[in-house]
Design a protein. Structure first.
Length: 171
């Protein structure tokens, strides 16, 4: 006898819907302090989350071991990607960041800087960009400058200008 009858499945649907609207991965913007005009070119960035670092193995008797939690991991890293323009905005941005010491602070918005649910503040960020592979056969996508962003996140957030479920948060 199957347990996936309509009433049973509807109960899961109701519980899931009751938890609220799901966040869509694309509904974010990344804004670098002092370079706010470039947020429309940031295609990808990490969404910081506080969590303990890797577990610490503690040896015990008879060769056994147990796990202790690690410190909260404030230093984090993740992939970034920017769409380059014909005027070289991102190339210039990276050079300007280096000329200002190579570090910056930023906000990552759930929404846009004008209308958002929450923003996460990250500090002491650096970007290590990868060399760009140009390709004669690739006529179908913008040039992307990708790399890794190293940053610090201490759980600092900014309350948004919109509320959950408010569809105008993204318009």
């Amino acid at each position: 006898m199957t347990v996936s009858n309509a009433a049973y499945l509807k109960s899961f649907h109701d519980v899931t819907v009751g938890l609220g609207h799901k966040i869509i991965n694309s509904d974010f913007t990344f804004e670098i302090e002092g370079f706010e005009q470039y947020y429309m070119l940031a295609k990808q960035c990490p969404w910081p989350i506080l969590t303990p670092a890797e577990g610490i193995e503690v040896p015990t008797v008879l060769g056994a071991a147990l796990w202790e939690k690690g410190q909260v991991k404030f230093h984090q890293q993740g992939a970034v990607a920017f769409q380059e323009t014909q005027l070289g905005h991102i190339d210039k941005l990276l050079i300007d960041l280096i000329s200002k010491g190579g570090e910056f602070n930023a906000k990552i918005y759930e929404g846009t800087p004008q209308k958002f649910l929450v923003a996460k503040k990250i500090i002491k960020c650096t970007i290590q960009a990868d060399p760009v592979d140009r390709d004669w056969e690739n006529r179908t996508q913008p040039m992307m400058i990708t790399g890794t962003m190293f940053y610090h996140y201490y759980g600092e957030t900014v309350s948004g200008t919109s509320t959950p479920g408010d569809e105008s948060a993204y318009r």
